[in-house]
Design a protein around this ligand. Structure first.
Ligand code: HEM
Length: 471
């Protein structure tokens, strides 16, 4: 409503093809006058990436007050380790903003739970999406990507599509088949995906009540349209779970694994609602992030053809004309480096926010009880003392066994709350990239200005209009 009061948000992009140097689109540093908190809060409401000053891109811990609420930004590997690992118990709690925004949809699902519920459920969910299980889902990843490639082939040379929506469809299909099995049906799968998208667009991006002194934030307003999208999602997932409980579901799905685990460990007390909450959590956590990663990767490859060539040569050398499979992933070094560099420049979860249970000291800063702690992969990954030429797209930094220093590169978070789907997500992104790049060159439309924008995940504003060119 008042967003016109916030300063305009600028985007910077620099490309020098002859020097093979590409600094992809990034939100410019915040330049508003110090002390104008309302303006900064309104900017945050428009875009969380636009509130960071140049001075924030340094290794440090800093604090400020917004309407009396302490907000602490933690941007050094050592302090991040302290928050997410050493003092995990004090900082495990998601913010009221996150909890209030998602509780209606996910209930006590892992993503927003803490304390005993989180401790009991975490091993269960981790086990289901664990790296040992990833190969079992590999064929879903390859087959679904091949279906997309086949559809693109019917569109004709130079066809225009929106890469974000294409990738969202692809990863939603993959996670839907993995979580619910093959019998969800196209209409129900689309309804769930649309329900999640509309839910995200309807929830508030900032819980003003928290800044006004309510430590637990204020409940999200449940408008009729929000109620409709939640009801639809819950009905569909409940039906799948009830089918499984009646022995009618797909044996290889994650829902089936959850149910079998519950049968073996009845003390977990997973009723239909708890099962639904965890299934919905995995579905939500597991598809938008990978879709955003792939979309950003297409943008980066499109503007850096010298890297794209290396990717094509590698796929040719490793797979020949066969479609890439999960067994090829360890050999696809360039594809992996491109995905890791994409996750550095465009971490799909660009802000990890926590609420301090008790007062504490982080770095040299006294942290108050119930204050808001922000670990911001977006600024951490672009901190010059941690990454050479931090704004440039240089996948080489992840080649030949090179790794960033611990706690400086955290697209999947770190510590006990690290993303349990890390291997699933990485494998999926690498595999989808390889399958599609083997058959298509994806080009971002020349006239399109790419602008990163952050809501729950980091995406290009308006998606990514591209043209498709057969190889
Ligand atoms: C490129 C893909 C992915 C990225 C970048 C990513 C990133 C993250 C991050 C940063 C968190 C922690 C959020 C926080 O602490 O505030 C997280 C949590 C989580 N992710 Fe992922 N994720 C990806 C894919 C997946 C996939 C494929 C799955 C499941 C199959 C998944 C399941 C989860 C779950 C269940 C949590 C909650 C864990 C907990 O709170 O204990 N993620 N993810």
């Amino acid at each position: 409503m008042l967003s016109w009061l916030a300063p305009p948000i600028d985007t910077i992009e620099r490309l020098d093809t002859s020097a093979q140097s590409f600094e992809p689109a990034r939100t410019d540093y915040y330049k508003g006058k110090p002390g104008r908190q309302v303006q900064r809060l309104l900017t945050a409401r428009k875009d969380f990436l636009a509130v960071w000053r140049a001075a924030d891109y340094q290794q440090k811990v800093s604090g400020l007050k917004i309407f009396g609420r302490q907000v602490v930004t933690v941007n050094s590997p050592e302090a991040i380790k302290y928050v997410v690992a050493t003092r995990h118990d004090n900082f495990e709690r998601k913010t009221p903003q996150m909890r209030r925004a998602l509780e209606y949809l996910l209930g006590d699902g892992l993503f927003i739970s803490d304390g005993e519920t989180w401790k009991n459920r975490r091993p269960l969910v981790s086990d289901i999406v664990h790296k040992n299980r990833v190969p079992a889902f590999g064929s879903i990843m390859t087959d679904t990507s091949l279906e997309l490639v086949k559809r693109w082939e019917t569109l004709g040379e130079g066809a225009s599509v929106n890469a974000l929506y294409e990738m969202a469809g692809l990863t939603a299909e993959i996670i839907s088949r993995s979580v619910f099995g093959n019998d969800l049906g196209e209409d129900a799968a689309n309804a769930v995906t649309e329900g999640f998208t509309s839910y995200q667009s309807l929830i508030d991006s900032i819980n003003i009540g928290y800044f006004l002194g309510f430590d637990e934030g204020l409940p999200q307003l449940r408008t009729p349209s929000l109620r409709r999208s939640v009801k639809r999602i819950h009905q569909i997932i409940d039906r799948v779970i009830e089918d499984h409980l009646a022995g009618k579901g797909d044996d290889n799905s994650m829902v089936e694994l959850l149910i079998r685990r519950q049968a073996r460990n009845p003390e977990l007390k997973l009723d239909v609602v708890a099962l639904r909450n965890e299934a919905a959590t995995i579905f939500m956590a597991g598809h938008e992030t990978t879709a955003a990663t792939l979309t950003w990767a297409w943008y980066l490859l499109s503007r850096a053809p010298w890297i794209e060539e290396a990717v094509h040569a590698e796929i040719e050398a490793v797979c020949g004309s066969n479609p890439p499979t999960v067994d090829d992933v360890p050999k696809l070094k360039w594809c992996s480096a491109v995905i890791e560099e994409t996750l550095r420049l465009y971490p799909p979860v660009p802000i990890l926010a926590r609420q301090a249970k008790e007062a504490d000291k982080v770095g040299n800063l006294e942290v108050e009880r119930a204050s808001l702690l922000l670990i911001v992969p977006w600024i951490l990954h672009r901190t010059a003392s941690l990454f050479d030429r931090p704004h440039e797209f240089r996948p080489e930094r992840f080649m030949e066994g090179k790794r960033p220093i611990p706690y400086s590169y955290i697209p999947f978070a770190a510590g006990p709350r690290v993303c349990p789907g890390l291997q699933f997500g990485l494998t999926e992104a690498i595999l989808c990239l390889a399958v599609i790049a083997q058959r298509f060159r994806v080009r971002v439309r020349e006239d399109h200005k790419v602008e990163p924008v952050c809501r729950l995940t980091l995406r290009p504003r308006g998606g990514l209009p591209v043209t498709l060119h057969k190889r």
